[in-house]
Design a protein around this ligand. Sequence first.
Ligand code: FAD
Ligand code: NAG
Ligand code: NAG
Ligand code: NAG
Ligand code: NAG
Length: 595
Amino acid sequence: MSPIHLAQLCLFSIGIYAFSLFTYLVFYYDLFSTLFLGEIQSEYDFIIVGSGTAGSLIGHRIAKETNYTFIVLEAGGRGHSFHDIPAFGPLLHQSVFDWNYETEPQENACFAMENSRCKQTQGKILGGSSKLNNMIHIRGNTSHYVEWFHGKYNKKYIEDQFKYIESNIFHLNNIKYDSNLGEAVLRAAKELNFKLLKHDFGIGFMKSIVTQNQGKRWTTSYNLETSKYVFTNVLVEKLLFIKNKCIGAQITTPKRMTLFAKKGVIISAGTFNSPKILQLSGIGPEKLLNSLNIPVVKSLPVGKNLQDHIGTGLDLVLFNNSQSIEMFDIMNLWNVFQYFFNGKGPLTTPGCEVIGFISTKNETSPNLQFMVLPVGISADRGSHLRKTLKIRDTVWNDYFSKIFDKYTATFLTLLLHPKSKGEVRIQSKNPTVPPLIDPKYLSHKDDLRTIVNGVHMIRKLIETESLKNIGAHLNNIPFPGCENFEMFSNLYLECYVKHLTLTSYHPVGTCAMGLPETKNSVVDTTFKVLGIDNLYVVDASVLPTLPSGNINAAIAMMANIFFENNFKEILNINKVDFCNKISFRDFLLNTCPVR
Ligand SMILES: Cc1cc2nc3c(=O)[nH]c(=O)nc-3n(C[C@H](O)[C@H](O)[C@H](O)COP(=O)(O)OP(=O)(O)OC[C@H]3O[C@@H](n4cnc5c(N)ncnc54)[C@H](O)[C@@H]3O)c2cc1C
Ligand SMILES: *[C@@H]1O[C@H](CO)[C@@H](O)[C@H](O)[C@H]1NC(C)=O
Ligand SMILES: *[C@@H]1O[C@H](CO)[C@@H](O)[C@H](O)[C@H]1NC(C)=O
Ligand SMILES: *[C@@H]1O[C@H](CO)[C@@H](O)[C@H](O)[C@H]1NC(C)=O
Ligand SMILES: *[C@@H]1O[C@H](CO)[C@@H](O)[C@H](O)[C@H]1NC(C)=O
């Protein structure tokens, strides 16, 4: 490393250590405060597990529109408003606010990462994964969601749900900070005859629309009066049942205690943790439960059907001059001032400025998404981003550290509808042990081929006048492990994709919605766990397939449907319940108190 790069590395590292020290302080302050917070009651109408995109939305609507008592239990802590600075999002990866999960060693993917394991970042913080995400809001193809409900709702109903959340729940904005690169990519797309998309969905390119409020990150947890309803640093260990009825949960706060839910438990713990909680509670594949001596409450394919949007393209495009945001822009005090006083400037960047949807098969429906990010992981000289992906030393030294003299951009090429499916399963009865995550990335040949064809499209994009004019060129250093293949041939790119496999952190499907008795179904179209009363799963894990785009909006739409329809159904059922105010003892004995 040259002296100047070494100096940069030192400087960036100091900044990053300072920020992580701050994050620790915030975390321990919150942990300490929760010890003195108001007592958790032992009984509520509803218990919501997880304060992420889905859990917070449901809690907000229960609070505003019903008189039910409820509580949101969150395993993570409360962040600080500094953690809402969009450009700092990546700093939360691998922090105390990340579950720090990773995949099992992959047979066909993630070879560039230590032990062939890809990191699986998910938020462990009030607000969930949307506190770490790129804030992109996109509906995707709404026809797909009609299929999830097997005809229960039509397309118009789904679109109305999106309209509802977009005008009543979310704060949406255009990106506040444009770099040279974003504009050039849109011009390049036009050169290749791609449509510039507005709100409608199809083949084409668009600037990102983001969940931001005055430049600040915005998440559904902002609607919720969190000091009143959310208890942080509470780990839900397992659920409690009487026969087939869920009656509450066992939690640690860190003290172990039992909470009862009179009307229902809503699991919104995300794609890895929702199946984990169900399996620990005895709802899952019988073989798995038996192998761990967990009594079977209900045998269901919980944890199967794991799917994710994966692809490649990190630091694939290089420039001789800066086109966009640099590390120094983020540390620049003027920009910090701009952010706090005007909600503008480079600190508001979502990371991804432009997205594109293309078909490698010349069809009208896209099979790939492009996400254009103005930086790559070499930008911070290895002080942080490299660690969030666990890049192997040889790959770092022979590939990424060789482009320190260049300015990099990332053109992520992501598969929209992968055919490879994996699974999540617990490895112990101990609720603090992480689940085994095996997405079986690229186990289906078609997935590899589609991503390779996507990289060829990126090459075409780079060849356009618009991008050539600003000096874009492909990174043509042979990727370590793929040196034997001819540069950018199909064989080379197959090797490259298998090595530099990247997730866009969109895992879904592990508690899939479906018709009863079909292969992967865990919840029915009312979000109720099959065969169990008073238990619902509402989060990314119920999405039976991946949307055609980033998934946060689809998850919020699903949570809204859960409330709009099913919750009201629950209310109706409870109205005809023979007794309204019922003590917990009576509830258990299923009797009515004498009035
Ligand atoms: C790095 C990253 C970038 C992304 N970028 C985008 C993007 O640009 N656009 C987009 O649309 N989507 C994006 N996503 C995806 C999107 O943000 C997530 O899919 C979405 O937030 C998931 O919502 P959820 O409600 O299913 O779960 P989460 O938001 O993950 O919430 C689950 C919550 O449950 C808590 N929890 C889990 N287990 C327990 C337990 N046992 N006890 C108590 N609490 C528990 C967790 O701590 C967490 O707070 C991104 C995700 C990541 C990680
Ligand atoms: C909630 O309670 C208040 C006061 O008792 C009542 O006016 C209101 O109608 C109730 N709301 C619902 C949705 O039941
Ligand atoms: C793509 O499809 C269109 C119309 O279906 C056709 O006109 C065009 O030639 C096709 N392009 C390629 C490259 O196959
Ligand atoms: C959306 O999905 C439907 C059903 O799969 C498909 O017929 C349609 O072509 C898709 N639309 C777009 C624009 O991709
Ligand atoms: C970038 O710099 C290299 C030398 O470092 C030079 O060969 C190349 O032509 C330059 N590219 C552009 C587009 O200016």
